[in-house]
Design a protein around this ligand. Structure first.
Ligand SMILES: CC(C)(COP(=O)(O)OP(=O)(O)OC[C@H]1O[C@@H](n2cnc3c(N)ncnc32)[C@H](O)[C@@H]1OP(=O)(O)O)[C@@H](O)C(=O)NCCC(=O)NCCS
Length: 348
């Protein structure tokens, strides 16, 4: 049977789904085990999460991963992602990171337990709890899987709760739809005819009906406009001072703006971190009235072109597994899941 150590691993479950003529009917499910309690287990399958009562489980066992990322690649990517979303208040516990940003976003207000915390695991979790208590915040730990599965097991034992899984997805650059950047076209501030280069936010693209966005221009600026920040605030629930730091305190960063009729209808943010290897995408957002017209794709294309021109060879993003629209968009653009992480919250 399964144990807490199996959380984060690929599992096949044979469950009893009925009885016919006195014989049990079985159904098999394959996916990553994201939660295991005394009564239920939750599998992240290709079709979404599947919650199975333990009483229905006939057999369950680990199966080899299809493409398991190396521990080193998970660590490198998590560190690049941390650089791309820098919390203003930071501390270290051995190699673990402790981050705080006035509560703005789970990522910037959670510990990242990768590497050696320089003390036994229970003492490390105690220290995380103390540090967040000093910040006046709930203790949160992000556990990349399967790397930090032992940490997850310790937190389960302490009654920590788990938020829905986040997928860390990657793709090589250039993206399939993006032509290789032309030499010399990345340094100026002027937009090219297709508008995919840096432009000042004041230099809006052609005014147009929000329902006629075929010629929408993506402007990449080195700082966000107030309208951009307002959309980000709407998505993330406010915008304390720490949020501006998280968004802007990266050397290589661009803020995508798409206007229609002088209204900002789509935004996105790109960073290049991880020794220049990783373009990170965040805050890809399209106003509801302007969705399904290719705007998110254009924003991503523009940021991908900028990232490649800045030397990045790969792109990553983090998306909640339950965000079906975004997951579909990224799948269409060739992203695959590198690893997942679970956000764990202390019970007090
Ligand atoms: C996800 C989001 C950015 C997509 O923006 P969009 O401009 O509507 O996306 P696009 O028009 O560029 O979509 C390109 C392709 O992605 C896929 N896609 C996008 N939205 C989809 C949806 N709701 N359902 C299924 N597939 C979808 C489709 O394949 C689509 O191509 P198609 O319209 O020809 O079928 C938008 O829904 C949004 O702002 N959501 C809220 C914010 C958010 O979740 N951001 C992502 C955080 S990680």
């Amino acid at each position: 049977m399964l144990r807490q150590q199996d959380v984060g691993h690929r599992i096949v479950v044979r469950r009893i789904v009925g009885v016919r003529e006195g014989r049990p009917l079985f159904s098999d499910a394959l996916g990553e085990l994201v939660e295991l309690s005394e009564t239920h287990l939750t599998l992240a399958t290709a079709k979404g999460n599947l919650r199975v009562p333990v009483a229905q489980v006939h057999r369950a066992k680990r199966v080899p991963p299809t493409r398991r990322p190396t521990a080193a690649s998970v660590v490198a990517l998590e560190r690049a992602a941390d650089e791309a979303w820098p919390a203003p208040t930071r501390s270290r516990l051995g190699e673990w990171l402790l981050r705080s940003a006035e509560g703005w976003t789970g990522r910037a207000n959670s510990a990242l337990p990768i590497g050696d915390p320089d003390r036994p695991l229970p003492a490390a979790v105690d220290a995380v709890e103390r540090w967040y208590a000093e910040q006046g915040q709930p203790a949160i730990i992000n556990t990349p899987l399967p790397l930090a599965a032992p940490v997850g097991a310790e937190l389960d034992a302490r009654g920590w709760t788990t938020r829905p899984p986040t997928l860390v997805q990657t793709a090589p650059l250039p993206l399939p739809s993006v032509a290789a950047p032309e030499k010399g076209d990345t340094s100026g501030a002027a937009a090219t005819p297709d508008g995919r280069l840096d432009a000042t936010p004041a230099d809006h693209g052609p005014a147009g009906d929000v329902h006629r966005l075929g010629d929408a221009v993506v402007e990449l600026a080195t700082a966000p406009t107030e309208e951009w920040l307002a959309i980000a605030a709407g998505r993330k629930g406010g915008l304390p001072d720490a949020a501006r730091h998280v968004l802007t305190a990266v050397d290589q960063v661009r803020f995508a703006h798409v206007y229609a009729d002088d209204t900002l209808v789509a935004i996105g943010r790109g960073t290049v971190t991880g020794q220049g290897r990783w373009l990170g995408l965040s805050l890809i957002e399209v106003l509801p009235a302007a969705r399904r017209q290719g705007l998110a794709r254009r924003v991503i294309d523009a940021l991908a072109e900028w990232g490649a021109s800045a030397g990045a060879t790969h792109v990553f993003l983090q998306v909640e597994q339950r965000n079906t629209a975004a997951v579909a968009l990224y799948r269409r653009l060739g992203f695959t899941t590198h690893h997942t992480y679970l956000t764990r919250v202390a019970p007090y």
